[in-house]
Every structure is written in structure tokens, then in C-alpha cells.
Write a protein that binds this ligand. Structure first.
Ligand code: GSH
Length: 206
């Protein structure tokens, strides 16, 4: 059975969500963000960066949530959760699959560091505000893209489990989405999916 190294409220939720969408069996090895266990020699042997997600699938060990999504869809998707390579939706799918790690997560990470993680006397309001503004601008592109579609690339795809999840975390950390009506409606569609609801329920167990 596959094993997912997981912590709630992290990018590992993307992987659990996708595994659920694909109806794949997996076991969770649970951590919490900030756990010392993620800095233990045992865990650093699993992922030298001490981060989640990590997926073990037989002899395969893979990190990077977007790479894991591509792997799962290529290996187990069949025709599900990715447009066919010869479809005009395919490049659209790739672009939005990679948009979270390529664009959204850097300013989001900066904001979290500057506004939440650093001790109050080392935080910078200027940097925090700038990061949040940049994140807001990058989300506007998602909003425009969603003006005439329900999901990022035609039908619901793995891109939604990655970049959709990043939009959800943006909302959680306090990005003003009130003017981004398409993103807000999109998040409601995503949150109605049982495969995501199962993952969000894991937060309450912590
Ligand atoms: N680019 C990586 C980022 C992985 C990452 O930074 N994970 C965070 C949680 S969202 C983590 O494990 N942080 C723990 C830490 O830094 O101690 C991915 O997409 O999987």
C-alpha cells in the first residue's frame, strides 16, 4: 500500500485529496507542522528537507507535491484527472498545475514568515504587506482565468488539487478574496467535493 507522509494544513493535503479522488488506498504517517519529529535523523533520511508531502509507492519515493500529482495521474489516472496530451486543455492543465509552486507559494511563504512565524520583534509589516499584495495580484490571474470556466483546465483535474488548494490556503491566511468572485465561487465548488472534505476532516483530528 502507498504511504503518505502527511501533516494537516500543509501541501500534503493536496496529495491526500488527489489520492482520494483517484480512489487509491494509502496509509498516512501523520506529523504536525513544526514537529521536532520532522527534523529527526529518521525523517531526514526520508526527506533531507524535513518537509511533507513525501509519497512512498513500492520502490518509488517522491517529494514535491506537484511532481507527486503528475506521477499519480500518469501512473494511476487512466483517463481521469488530466486532459489527454493532444487536447487543447493539456497545456492549460500543465500551466495551472505548476502555477501554485511556481508563483503563489513564494509570496504566501514570505507572508507567513513575516506575519506569523517570526517572533514579533523580528517581523516586518512592510515585507508582510508587500507579500500579501503580490499574492493578491497573482490570484487575480486565477480569477480572470476562471471567468468562463468552472475548473482550471476543462473538467476537474489534478491541477485543481494543487493550485486550487493553494487558493484555499491563501483564503485561510487572510488574502482578501472578496473582489475575486470567480475564485470564491471556485473554492465553494472545490469544498463540496467529498474527496477534499475527507482531508479537511483530518484537521479536526489534530
Ligand atoms: N515544494 C515543496 C514544498 C514542501 C514544503 O515546504 N512543505 C512544508 C509544508 S506546506 C513543510 O513540510 N514544512 C515543514 C518545515 O519547513 O519544517 C512541495 O511542493 O512539496
Amino acid at each position: 500500500m502507498m504511504k503518505l507522509y502527511f501533516a494537516p494544513n500543509t501541501r500534503a493535503e493536496r496529495t491526500a485529496w488527489l489520492l482520494n479522488e483517484l480512489d487509491l488506498d494509502y496509509e498516512l504517517e501523520r506529523y504536525r507542522l513544526g514537529d521536532k519529529a520532522m527534523r529527526s535523523p529518521e525523517y531526514l533520511a526520508v526527506n533531507p528537507n524535513g518537509r511533507v508531502p513525501v509519497l512512498d509507492d513500492g520502490n518509488v519515493r517522491i517529494t514535491e507535491s506537484t511532481a507527486i500529482a503528475q506521477y499519480l495521474v500518469a501512473r494511476y489516472g487512466g483517463r481521469r484527472l488530466s486532459p489527454p496530451v493532444d487536447s487543447p486543455d493539456f497545456p492549460v492543465y500543465l500551466q495551472w498545475l505548476h502555477y501554485a509552486e511556481g508563483m503563489l507559494m513564494a509570496p504566501m511563504g514570505n507572508y507567513v514568515v513575516e506575519a506569523i512565524l517570526l517572533p514579533p520583534d523580528r517581523r516586518s509589516e512592510v515585507h508582510a504587506k508587500r507579500a500579501l499584495k503580490l499574492l493578491g495580484n497573482l490570484l487575480k490571474a486565477v480569477d480572470s482565468h476562471l471567468a468562463d470556466r468552472d475548473y482550471l483546465a476543462g473538467e476537474f483535474t489534478a491541477a485543481d488539487t494543487v493550485t486550487g488548494h493553494a487558493c484555499m490556503i491563501s483564503e485561510q491566511i487572510g488574502s482578501q478574496l472578496s473582489e475575486l468572485h470567480n475564485v470564491t465561487a471556485y473554492l465553494e465548488r472545490l469544498k463540496a467535493r467529498p474527496a477534499l472534505q475527507k482531508v479537511l476532516a483530518l484537521r479536526a483530528e489534530d
